[in-house]
Design a protein around this ligand. Sequence first.
Ligand SMILES: [Zn+2]
Length: 60
Amino acid sequence: MVMNVVEVESLRVMCDGGSSTLGHPRVFLTIKQEIREVVCPYCSLRYVLQGFEKPSTRQN
Ligand SMILES: [Zn+2]
């Protein structure tokens, strides 16, 4: 299973399957501020809010 993650700067995102092979009708998703991410129910694409501190450590 491929985990696709898209970093966004807005709480509202639009998803239509993007560049994946799993295209679907356009839907609007709202990122939950508590977890700072939302998963598209159609294509399982994961939208992560950036511009805020992230719980994960930064790799360099
Ligand atoms: Zn989607």
